[in-house]
Design a protein around this ligand. Sequence first.
Ligand code: MTE
Ligand code: HPA
Ligand code: MOS
Length: 677
Amino acid sequence: MLADHEVHFRGQPILLIVAENDDAAHEAYQLIQIQMEPLPIITDPREAFAQGKLLSPSRKFVMGNVDEAFAQCTYIFEGQTESGGQEHLYLETQGAYAYPTEHNSVRIHSSTQGPTAVQRTVARVLGVGMNQVEVDVARLGGGFGGKEDQASGWGAMAALVAFVLKKPAKCVPHRMEDMRMTGKRNPYSSDYKIGFDANHRILAYQATFYQNGGAAADLSPAILERTLFHATNTYHIPNVQVTAHSCKTNLPPNTAFRGFGGPQGMFVIESALDHAAKSLGIATYTLQRKNMMGNGYEFSYGQVVEQCQATACWDELNKQYPFDELQTQINTFNQQNRYYKKAFSLMPICFGISFTNTLMNQARALVHVYTDGSVGISTGAVEMGQGVNTKMVQVAAHHFGIDTRLVKLETTNTTRVANTSPSAASATADLNGKALEDACLQITQRLLAFAADVLQLTPTDIPKLALKNNTVWVDDRQTTLTWADLVRQAYMKRLNLSAKGHYATPLIHFDKTIEKGHPFAYHVYGTALTIVTLDCLRGTYTFDAVNVVHDFGSTMNRQIDIGQCEGGIVQGIGWMTLEDVVYNADGRLLSNALSTYKIPDVYAVPEQINLHFLQTEGHDLAIFKSKAVGEPPLMYGIGAYFAVRNAIKVFNPQANIPYNAPITPEKVLMALYNPLV
Ligand code: MTE
Ligand code: HPA
Ligand code: MOS
């Protein structure tokens, strides 16, 4: 919980001050003197790699033979990219409070995406069984991945104090402490090499990713893996060799952030394609579309593409906003405006749904039907603004055929629902929704069998029965037997009105020894068209529109899906254009407040976000066939980088713009007048 002998990064907790109020704590703090010997500090992942400092074994995914393929290529392009970190900036900082309970136990209210992770860590710190630690989560003011693994420390500190002093204790960092002490999105430095035949078809792609992991593994090894899974994005590439290194640096341990390494991998392939297109003198979108994958393509990790919506989304978008016509209009605008330049980019996405670690794809739920017909449900899902609570209530109300107001969702609590995976990987609603479905179905089966009795039908009639509109229906005809009556009578007959549900995603597997398998339940697809207007005097820009065709499957809640897309897009634009995490060479965070770390505000939000729902069947492994939506839209934000880059090129075709994100207004301004000045 605290540093032992060596401090690995600035911001690592080394002591804990317990006080009755802030002032007393500060007074105590002033009295502490610490003597430390400086050690060398590494902040750059390539430097760490060169010194052999790795957090986990390096990984390599291979398909076909890149060396042979490059020998056949007509065109080969090579380069380097950098993508920056990202501060989660959840509105609610990290934190926990704890109090002692009966039997030498402790209860913790934690702002965590992973209640079981906090429980496990606290049990280890206290040296007690997990059964003596209860973690309860009401909801989070945002997590975005930052509370998947990094909520445990605060929980452990509060719990330790409560356990030892037998008093309630609260541990909540100030915003600036939170920013300084917690890890962020992993920055990446990457090398790429891409080869084409004479018809501009990709024959080979090779990339090496240097992930800046920070001082401890945290989730970086898993993030590294997802980078490799998404390294070829939506493209058909027959020969692939992608290698990834998780480099140990002296920064706070970097961690999960919406997309979980996927965005970092996609930025590299998109840069490689943009580089190639610009060199070949063709539109990047022509090259992208030409190389789009389809059903039957095998990813480098062995999973075969099914129900692919990559071209469907792209082509629908092109139909709604014809790209060639748009280019013509933009050309006219650009000719008429000396200091304003417009440009656009296309960003297709393909994101795999499931924890990449197969064992984490499991969930449980607990359902009680009370004698008055009201229902209480508990799952392992944590609400952090993404709407999962609403979805869980929808699932129970649907299966019982009752109004949502009869369903109460309880807090997420490790005593009611044990051994939860964190709410993450966009899979929370699928996993917990399916577990909840299992529990609800157990109860409805019992109730319908009983209803057949009450209605004097035979057991063979049970399949004709349904629960709808707070009543029992037979053959699509409403009976007079209400839900409330049914429940009351079932209780009188001593029926079990509670159930525990369980779900483990079927069919998925992955063998790390050969780096092949079928890790994802399904993939989510979509394409974004981003249009930007660049102010070529100031280097500032506004996004006219982000137009998207997205594969939601068969949506179970349109408003939630729209909210997740809009939020994801804006967060992605922030990562790619504004948000600059800066450490100095000593590993001190310089961008440690909102005055020095710029996140998207109302002016940075695109003037229009137009979302089009691609009508598809959905997927059986998605809850109600409504595809996971939490993370995929973030990657549309990558389009913002390329739109801005394209606009700079209109003003200054000579500009030499490295593939470095974020493309902040400062960098834009330099590029606009380089090498002109
Ligand atoms: N939306 C809001 N409002 N707040 C959040 O913290 N986290 C994102 C995404 N959308 C987040 C959010 C991340 S990182 C993930 S993995 C998913 O929501 C988690 O929820 P889900 O699995 O229910 O989609
Ligand atoms: N996504 C998000 N969080 C995770 C994953 C993942 O694939 N694996 C472990 N934690
Ligand atoms: Mo999300 S990065 O999987 O919490």
